[in-house]
Every structure is written in structure tokens, then in C-alpha cells.
Write a protein of this length. Structure first.
Length: 315
């Protein structure tokens, strides 16, 4: 065999590896850690997290470019089976619209656990799209030996391409997941620039951040049907050597007067804290000075009013 030399050898050395790029859906029942996983995969917080079920309400895309591969993750709302209101119909539609459009599905379940809500989501998966079983929250499993028979049971429920027991809070586990996902993505040009992290704008992220602090500071007292609407989002350039200024006004929408009082808190302390914690996190995420005003309004029955659900930004 003749060995290439000169310019031919240079061309051989300089031939770039083909790029890979693909869509990866993150699906599962509410509160299994999908948003935490998305944030870990992207490397920055773009989706809100809370102990309250049904925190994510929108299809949120996050990107991560590593080497020659671009991973495009789509976080979906947890599929709802308990309530059939207009809001939940919209959220379930978002899940169904994603799972048939992707190259790979990450089915997220709590390691060692499976119930009717998990089964409902699993039944939606398209058998022609490869799916990985992400057995999340492995750090919370006391007896690791019990995971093996559970994985065998899961394989009987669906023909998973691979099992990935992990914790979304473990950096090594997240790194390993990238390596597993990569081989399922097609060779094609990237969809986004290398430094892009999400397809959602700052206005959307601001509303999500208010909603996260709202749920975290009210706990289980406030129904998940409460939402946030951005009334004003203005940007001013900073003076020389100073950061830009974001002026944000947002309305927290609740269904009852009692919920409004709960959000405001004694002498306005709770809503003040919601605003402060939102401002601090937005300043860190957006590298800007943030001024935020919050209001609370009662809109009884909005979650079962399709027109109002759409007007609040849900498809």
C-alpha cells in the first residue's frame, strides 16, 4: 500500500470528523427530575425546578455542543392524568408533539419505582424511536442490589435501547450520559451556534424564575394552577463599564382571594422575598442589573378556560 505524502498527506490529516446533531426528548411523569437533568446537561439553569409536581409547563429546548456533536434536548411537561382541565390538555399536547419528532427519547423514572403515571407516559412512546431508561435519583436508593430485578421488569415493559442508572446531580453520571446519547444522533450539520444554550428568550426565563420562587416559597399551600405573566420587559444599556439594566414587571395570577393573600404574605413579606430571590438569580444568569416589580391578580377558573390558557402563553 502506497503511503500518502506531501499535500495529499496534509489533506488526509486535516479532514474534519463529521458533525453529529439530533433532538433528544426528556419525558416522564411529573416530578421525576426532568428539569434538573436538563439543567445539568446544558450546564446552566434554563428550566425551573421545584418539589411541587408539574413545575415545567412549556416545551423548553436546551443545547450543548461537545466536540463534533451537538445535543439538542427538549424538556417536556410531566404528562398529566389526574385533571382534565384546559391547562393540562395543553401540557399533554406538548408532550405528544415532541416524542414523535426526535432522534432519541430519555424516559426518566425514579430508580426502583414505577407506577400508573409512569406507565401512562411509557405507553406514549413510539417504538420506532430508540429510548433510554434513565433511572434517576439513584443516590436515594438504599439497596442498590434491588435495582437489577427492577431493570429486568422495565425491559419487559418496553424495549429500551439501554439502561442508565444515574443521579442528575452527579457530574460523572451526566458526562457518561452524553457518551451514551451521542451514538444515537445522526451525522448532520448543527442546528444552533456553538455557544447557544436555549431557544427561549430572557423574557420567558424571567417568568419561569418568578414561578419557581413562587412555588418554592409557598410549598404545597398554593395550587399548581397559579401562573406568571410578564407585563413589561425593558432593557437599557449600561453606562460605560457598567452592566445593562433590565426593568421587569410581572403579574402572578391565582384563582382565589385566599391564594392572593398567601402569595403576598404578612405585611407583604412573602412577595417581597419572591421578588428579591428572583432578582438575585436573574442578575447572575443574565449578567445584568435587574429591577423587578411583582403584582398579584385573581382570575378564577383560568386553568379551565381555553382562551385564557392560550392568552397566558400556553399552546
Amino acid at each position: 500500500m502506497e503511503v500518502p505524502s506531501g499535500q495529499a498527506a496534509d489533506r488526509l490529516v486535516q479532514t474534519p470528523l463529521p458533525q453529529r446533531c439530533g433532538l433528544i426528548a426528556i419525558v416522564g411523569k411529573p416530578n421525576v427530575g426532568k428539569s434538573t437533568l436538563l439543567n445539568a446537561l446544558v450546564g446552566q439553569k434554563i428550566s425551573i425546578t421545584s418539589r411541587k409536581a408539574q413545575t415545567t409547563r412549556h416545551r423548553i429546548t436546551g443545547m450543548r455542543s461537545l466536540g463534533t456533536t451537538q445535543f439538542v434536548f427538549v424538556d417536556t411537561p410531566g404528562f398529566q392524568t389526574r385533571h382534565g382541565n384546559a391547562l393540562n390538555r395543553s401540557l399533554n399536547k406538548a408532550v405528544l408533539g415532541v416524542i414523535n419528532e426526535v432522534d432519541l427519547v430519555l424516559f426518566v423514572a425514579e430508580a426502583g419505582r414505577f407506577n400508573q403515571a409512569d406507565a401512562k407516559v411509557l405507553s406514549l412512546l413510539n417504538k420506532s424511536v430508540p429510548a433510554l431508561l434513565v433511572a434517576n435519583k439513584l443516590d436515594q436508593v438504599a439497596q442498590r442490589a434491588a435495582i437489577a430485578p427492577w431493570l429486568q421488569e422495565m425491559q419487559q415493559r418496553h424495549a429500551f435501547a439501554e439502561f442508565v442508572p444515574m443521579s442528575a446531580k452527579n457530574a460523572k453520571d451526566v458526562s457518561r450520559l452524553f457518551g451514551i446519547c451521542e451514538k444515537y444522533l445522526p451525522e448532520q450539520a448543527w442546528m444552533y451556534a456553538q455557544d447557544e444554550l436555549t431557544d427561549r428568550g430572557e423574557k420567558f426565563l424571567a417568568s419561569e424564575m418568578v414561578r419557581e420562587k413562587l412555588f418554592r416559597l409557598t410549598g404545597d399551600e398554593l395550587p399548581y394552577t397559579s401562573t406568571v405573566v410578564i407585563d413589561k420587559f425593558e432593557e437599557e444599556a449600561g453606562r460605560k463599564g457598567q452592566k445593562r439594566l433590565l426593568k421587569i414587571a410581572a403579574t402572578i395570577v391565582v384563582e382565589r382571594d385566599g391564594h392572593k393573600a398567601m402569595v403576598i404574605g404578612d405585611k407583604g413579606e412573602r412577595i417581597k422575598r419572591i421578588g428579591t430571590e428572583t432578582r438575585v438569580e436573574l442578575e447572575r444568569l443574565m449578567d445584568a442589573k435587574v429591577f423587578i416589580e411583582l403584582w398579584v391578580k385573581v382570575r378564577s377558573g383560568w386553568a379551565d378556560d381555553e382562551a385564557r390558557v392560550r392568552s397566558f402563553g400556553y399552546d
